[in-house]
Structure formats: C-alpha cells, structure tokens
Design a protein around this ligand. Sequence first.
Ligand SMILES: C[S@@+](CC[C@H](N)C(=O)[O-])C[C@H]1O[C@@H](n2cnc3c(N)ncnc32)[C@H](O)[C@@H]1O
Length: 380
Amino acid sequence: MKATVNTALRLNGIRVRTAPPRWKLPCANTECSLHQLSPYIGKIKSSIAADLIERYSEPGDLVVDPFAGAGTIPFEAAIRGRRALAADISSYARILAQAKLAPPPSLDAALVLAETALDEAALLPAPDLNEVPAWVREFYHPRTLSEALNFATVCRRPGNEFLMACFLGILHHQRPGFLSYPSSHLVPYLRNRQFPRQDFPEMYAYRELKPRLLAKVRRSYKRFATPTKRAVLPFRQTAVEILTLPRQFGALITSPPYMNALDYGRDNRLRLWFIAPNLANNVDNDVTQRRQAFVNALSSLATKAERGLKPKGYCVYVVGEAIKRTFDGHPSNVVVTIMHQQAPSLRLKTVMADQIPDVRRTRRECKGVKTEHVLVFQRS
Ligand SMILES: C[S@@+](CC[C@H](N)C(=O)[O-])C[C@H]1O[C@@H](n2cnc3c(N)ncnc32)[C@H](O)[C@@H]1O
C-alpha cells in the first residue's frame, strides 16, 4: 500500500494556507548572483527567504539560521538591515555561506584574488594522480585534474572560501564552462552513456581551469550585493545539538534537513572530496537519514528558541515533506509536536503550504519532497 501525503487542511487546528502566488515567480534573473555560486540541494528560493525575513523579523534583529546550507536566509537577512547568524554541520555549507556573506568587495578585487591563487597553484609540484581515488579520476581529463587538485590546495587556505565556492561551482557539469567530463550539475553522475566518448570527443578533452574560473568569478558579480561586516556574525560549523546561540535573538528562520528524502553526503560527494580529500566519506550528517536524529536535532533547536527568542519574536520553519513508507510521522506534525513539548511559550500562528514544481526538485523521477510547509510560531 502506498503512503499518502497528509493533505489535511488544518494542522494542529490552524488552517493551512496556500503560499503567496509570488513565491512561484522565478528569481534566477533578479536575485543576487552570489546565490548561484554553486548548487546546493534543498536550497530555499532566495525570494521566499527574503519574503519570510521581511514578514517575520524587524530591521536590526539578529536572524538565526542553524541549518543555513548555502546561506540563503542569512544573506537575505544581512542585506535587509538585519544581523545574521549562520550555522550548519556541513563543510560545503560553510564554504558557500562564508563566500556569500563575506565576498571580495568588488569584481576587481575578486579577480586579483583569483589570479594570485591561480599563480600560486601553478607553482605547486605536480600532484600524483595515482593517489586520487578512481571514482574521482573518472570525472576528469588528467591535465584538468592536476590543475584542479593544486587550485583546491590553495583554496583550502582560510580566507579563500569565495574562490573555493567558485571552483566548486564549476566542478562538474557537461557545459563547456565546467571542468568535468559530461556529467550532471547538482549531483555528480557521469553522462557517458548519453554522450559516448567516441561520438563526443570534445567533451572528453582537456579543460583548462584558468579561463573557466575567471569567467565564473565574473558571473558571480553580475548582480552584486554584499552585507556590511557588522551585519554578519562568524559562521559556526557545528551540529545544531551543540550550537550555542546568543542570549537573545530577534527571529529564527530556517529550513531543517529533508528527513529521509535527501542524502547530503552522497549527493555532494565530489565537492566534499575536493574540500577535504583526506576525509573519505566526509559525510555531512545523519539527520536526513533517521527519524530519531531529526527529532533530536529539532528538539534541541526548540529548546534554544524557547530560551533565546525575544518576546513577540517569530520562529519560522520551512519543512520539506518527504513521502516515504518507512517514515510514519509527517515532518510538519513532528515539528509541531516537538515545539509544543520543548517550546511551550511559542504558539503556532500560521501554516502555509507550497507545492514544489518539478523543476525545483532535486531528483525529478523519484518520490522526493513535493510540498513544503512553512510553520510560523510566535513567542507570546
Ligand atoms: C534544507 S537544507 C538548508 C538549505 C538552506 N536553507 C539553503 O538555502 O541552502 C538543511 C541543512 O541542514 C544541515 N544539517 C543537517 N543536519 C544538521 C545538524 N544536525 N546540525 C546542523 N545542520 C544540519 C544540512 O547540512 C543542510 O545544509
């Protein structure tokens, strides 16, 4: 028997409203191009993040996002006169969020940084490709891989997160501006059946890093905005369970991991390998895998919200709804139950449902996340 999505029109007595129609409008050509540094699974649309920030926080508020991912919510908060605190367990999230929240101040400065790093990388000794795992090697022409390995070495130095983010953003895809053999962009799969080497030899040729990286840097500054330094608190790479939050904050706006539906470690495996090649199976977290881990993480967060949210402040969760037979509780219901138990001074005020169109879904053919619920709690 197939599991069904909870389509009830009420959640905990609150009528489920349809999300504002403007959330459906595309924003790829209007948002700040730093949002497009590199793809991130489960990333919230920047226009939705902006809307939630405008509605549920005030200028000057500290907005906290403990599952910050690519930093979409903290970035939109910080350019809207709020202060932002971003945290996430993932090293890939750390790089994207730091790149976005503290990029070089101008395109010229970014190009100088990139040229200097490319020069430094060119001076490093040639890497031993035999030390690279076969599953990584199969994505690249050997010369491209040598350049990529040395450039990643330079990018791993603290302060080079923006360059690392640009590099990760061109790591795999089939378009000419990318470094790999033909493969998908979001999740790394070779497309050598679709593009056999004998029929598409140009797709398997050497791809020089430098012009591609510089073009990527330029693209990142197409629509540029940057938060002031004062607006951004240092990124915390940590599990939410051990995250310490400031004594008081104005709003908590976050999208928790999609329980059961997405596997961040597997889906980001190539990028994670370049970030930390020595950490094989550099897996981000196990929250997305197991219900109990999700419950633990959300319980810990609820306690922190109960303790630190300012009076009348909002706590907003954008909860992905996973359809999975093995999971016996709807994620929104789970979040509401946890909040009821751990954060009794916060009341559920609004519930919105947003259907995710296929184009925004990660794996289109699979049974993945289909709707998101936005749960808005307010401190009494
Ligand atoms: C739905 S994504 C957030 C996406 C983000 N809003 C964005 O726009 O990119 C959920 C995030 O939770 C993080 N995560 C999973 N388990 C965690 C934990 N225990 N503590 C902190 N972060 C965790 C994942 O690494 C992932 O980045």
